[in-house]
Design a protein around this ligand. Structure first.
Ligand SMILES: [Zn+2]
Length: 125
C-alpha cells in the first residue's frame, strides 16, 4: 500500500537551510554567491514555493502524472488543488517520501516546500 508523503513543518525556524534527510545535501542556498541556486541530490523530488516549482524530478513527474506536460499544464494541475502547490505536493505517494514545508510568519505567509524520497536501486524507482 502506498501512503502519502510525510510532512514536517517549520514555522518558527522557517529560514533554517534544508538538507536532504538521506544524504545531507543542502538543497537551497549552498552557493554563497547565489543563495537562490538549487542543488538537487538524487533523493530530491521537488523544490517549490507558493507560485511555482523550482525543481521537479522525473520520479515526481511520474508519481503525480506530470510527464510530458508543459510548465503551463503543470501550473494548471497544481492550481486545481484548493491548497495550491502545498496541497498538490501532499499527494505524492512515493515510498517513505518526506516533505519539509517552511512557512514564513504572517503577514507574508510565504511557503517553501522540499520533497525527498529514498532511492532503491533494486526497485528501480
Ligand atoms: Zn539526498
Amino acid at each position: 500500500m502506498s501512503q502519502f508523503i510525510q510532512r514536517t513543518e517549520l514555522k518558527t525556524f522557517y529560514y533554517t537551510p534544508v538538507h536532504c534527510p538521506f544524504c545531507g545535501t543542502r538543497v537551497m542556498g549552498a552557493d554563497p554567491l547565489d543563495e537562490t541556486r538549487i542543488t538537487a541530490c538524487q533523493h530530491t523530488l521537488f523544490i517549490a514555493h507558493d507560485t511555482a516549482f523550482e525543481y521537479r524530478s522525473a520520479r515526481l513527474n511520474a508519481n503525480l502524472s506530470l510527464e510530458g506536460m508543459s510548465d503551463q499544464q503543470v501550473e494548471a494541475a497544481w492550481l486545481a488543488d484548493e491548497r495550491g502547490i502545498d496541497g498538490f505536493t501532499d499527494t505524492v505517494t512515493l515510498t517513505d517520501a518526506i516533505k519539509v514545508a517552511a512557512y514564513a510568519p504572517e503577514p507574508s505567509a510565504y511557503g517553501s516546500y522540499y520533497g525527498f524520497a529514498p532511492v532503491d536501486a533494486q526497485l528501480d524507482n
